[in-house]
Ligand binder design. Structure first.
Ligand SMILES: *[C@@H]1O[C@H](CO)[C@@H](O)[C@H](O)[C@H]1NC(C)=O
Length: 215
């Protein structure tokens, strides 16, 4: 019997050279999958350097959460390397709302305070329920949010009365973020309430008020 196996690509493809530091040129006429690289002889140590992740992001926003990223868009040397980093700051009861990263698995490390985190599996077969994997994390603890196909929905919630700090490693130079509520209730133009009432089993008025919060 033939054994079928499929090749799983768990992160960005590997580089074909030591490094390929991105050129910061939004007007470049050539489109590539990733970014165009600098001529290697003009690359210097500063191209591999980033600073400021010791400073908290300002979480004084509606969610009480701020994400500071170091990815290929502000650290050009990450181009083609398949990794990036983020710092998460939470106010007390701040929330990084349910979202996916279409391109990356995420390793979350809690530095300060207590986070309630979780991810939900994609739709299982035979009308089984999507499964929630959840955990309360304390300083020094790590949780994995893994990418399967387009990335699983996950969240991080500060359940303590103190501000929380965490760091995220990603298996992509540019993991991207897809925040579920923004996509469903805050699109431009808005999704018709008729579409949302049917699946979410909610009254039209509830959908209107949810959409109003995102527009
Ligand atoms: C996150 O913090 C930075 C630095 O304080 C600030 O410039 C930015 O506006 C904040 N972002 C959000 C979404 O609050």
């Amino acid at each position: 019997m033939a054994l079928l196996s499929s090749l799983a690509v768990a992160s960005d493809p590997s580089p074909s050279q030591d490094f390929c530091v991105a050129i910061n040129d939004p007007n470049a006429a050539v489109f590539v999958n990733g970014k165009i690289g600098k001529y290697p002889k003009v690359v210097s140590a500063d191209d591999f350097f980033f600073q400021g992740l010791n400073k908290p992001g300002n979480a004084a926003n509606r969610q009480g959460c701020n994400v500071t990223v170091a990815n290929v868009n502000n650290l050009a040397a990450l181009n083609t390397l398949g990794v990036s980093l983020a710092r998460l700051d939470f106010f007390p009861y701040g929330l990084n709302p349910p979202h996916t990263h279409p391109r990356a698995t995420e390793v979350l490390f809690v530095l300060e305070a207590t986070l309630h985190v979780g991810f939900v599996t994609s739709n299982p077969p035979n009308n089984m329920k999507n499964q929630l994997f959840t955990k309360i994390l304390n300083p020094g603890e790590i949780f994995i949010f893994f990418k399967k196909k387009e990335g699983l929905i996950h969240f991080q919630f500060n359940v303590g009365k103190m501000t929380a700090v965490a760091f995220d490693g990603f298996s992509s130079q540019n993991p991207r973020v897809n925040t579920i509520a923004n996509a469903v209730f805050g699109s431009n133009p808005l999704i018709s309430p008729d579409v949302l009432t049917k699946k979410l089993l909610l009254d039209n008025k509830v959908i209107d008020s949810l959409e109003a919060q995102f527009s």
